[in-house]
Write a protein that binds this ligand. Structure first.
Ligand code: PMP
Length: 392
């Protein structure tokens, strides 16, 4: 299809100029081939636990098919508050500080649209999830990339943050545990960041969708840091740890003034998140911990396997502390990440995503999702091993 440009289209200039997602191109290529093992997809291989599905089915049987309130079921918002309080020691008023969204994706969109004026700069900590940059642009903001380094395990450092702040900076957006690197930030590491945010009075959009998926130490929520709650928009959802990608359910928590702004956009564009999905999420929040723990344990085993396997085939791989991605370096092979991914797909039928799709510091790395069965992972690593040994 002919690519629309700003001059040959009826589309808005901002939309015409958006680049298509680099992940999609690989998926499309892999989907057109037979026998491909995909480590490309960022979604759990588990089916949504039965008890969550059953809660939703039962709500349908009882005829709960109407809209909920714009902000979502109050009971679900209450449960989310209990959950955040118990797990992460951060508390939000269910009536004024929590909004149920159509996935974390909608939460990111309305957070940025609610706070940005045209020309405001948003610091995007990369490598990162592919939607931040386009959504900042669609909201009229200016993305400014803050590139973390492999030698710092892709953690955000105070020096890197200070270097990128200008008088136009309005907000910073980051995601820890991180997609695509699996890196996490500890409380001590965050405490070096917070004085800079205070000094420049910046808003923080903290995407914590992988919060439950940590393996070495538990997740520390950014909003729980001293003095940070009021400047933080906390984003999370049910897609990852609860294996509910297709239900399209997330949430956003923020102080009442910010939340009221987001609610205004949400009520005009979405009305409310799907009712039957909210019913499943309610069960997940009330009684889902055992199911989540079981899945986390399974990801831990696969992480341990894949990190070890990458080292064995000679690719340096920092140990991801969270999410379900490994991010090994392919620099030692002499190939760029894009060439590595393309040749691996063509020659050995394993789909991975070149790291530069997620930002400049992803150059020379590939993202491999280990949210697939151990047997598949073993087969994939055998093929990757064969491919790498042919290169050397
Ligand atoms: N943030 C990150 C970092 C993600 O990886 C994803 C999904 N890949 C999302 C947000 C979007 O999640 P949801 O399915 O809740 O819209």
């Amino acid at each position: 299809m002919k690519q629309a440009t700003a001059t040959n289209t009826r589309l808005a200039k901002t939309v015409a100029e958006l680049k298509p997602s680099g992940i999609r191109r690989f998926f499309d290529l892999a989907a057109s081939m037979e026998g491909v093992i995909s480590l490309g997809v960022g979604e759990p291989d588990f089916v949504t636990p039965w008890r969550f599905r059953e809660a939703s089915i039962s709500s349908l049987e009882r005829g709960h098919t109407a809209y909920t309130s714009n902000a979502g079921l109050l009971e679900l918002r209450r449960e989310i508050n209990n959950y955040l309080e118990t797990r992460y020691q951060v508390s939000y008023h269910p009536e004024t500080e929590i909004l149920i969204t159509v996935g974390a994706s909608e939460a990111i969109d309305i957070a940025l649209r609610a706070v940005l004026n045209p020309g405001d700069e948003v610091l995007i900590v990369e490598p990162c999830y592919v939607s931040y940059e386009p959504i900042v642009r669609l909201a009229g903001g200016v993305p400014v990339f803050l590139t973390t380094k492999a030698e710092n395990s892709f953690k955000l450092t105070p020096e890197e943050l200070s270097a990128k702040i200008t008088s136009r900076t309005k907000a910073v957006i980051f995601c820890y545990p991180n997609n695509p690197t699996g890196s996490t930030m500890s409380k001590e590491e965050w405490l070096k960041i917070t004085p800079i945010l205070e000094k420049h009075d910046l808003l923080v959009i903290s995407d914590e969708i992988y919060a439950e998926l940590t393996y070495d130490s538990s997740h520390y929520s950014f909003a729980a840091l001293p003095g940070m709650k009021d400047r933080t928009i906390l984003i999370s959802g049910f897609s990852k740890a609860f294996a509910m990608t297709g239900w399209r359910l997330g949430y956003v928590c923020a102080s009442p003034d910010l939340l009221a702004g987001m609610l205004k956009i949400h009520q005009y564009t979405m009305l409310c998140a799907p009712t039957m999905a909210q019913m499943a999420a309610l069960e997940a929040m009330k009684n889902g911990q055992g199911e989540v723990d079981r899945m986390v344990e399974s990801y831990r085993q696969r992480r341990n396997y894949i990190v070890h396997a990458f080292k064995q085939v000679g690719l340096a791989c920092h140990e991801p502390e969270g999410a379900f991605y490994a991010f090994p370096s392919v620099k030692s092979t002499g190939l760029t990440a894009a060439d590595f991914a393309e040749q691996l797909l063509m020659e050995e039928k394993v789909a991975v995503v070149p790291g530069d799709v997620f930002g400049e510091s992803g150059y020379g790395h590939i993202r491999c999702s280990y949210a697939t069965s151990l047997e598949q992972l073993e087969r994939a690593m055998e093929r990757i091993g064969r491919f790498v040994s042919r290169l050397s």
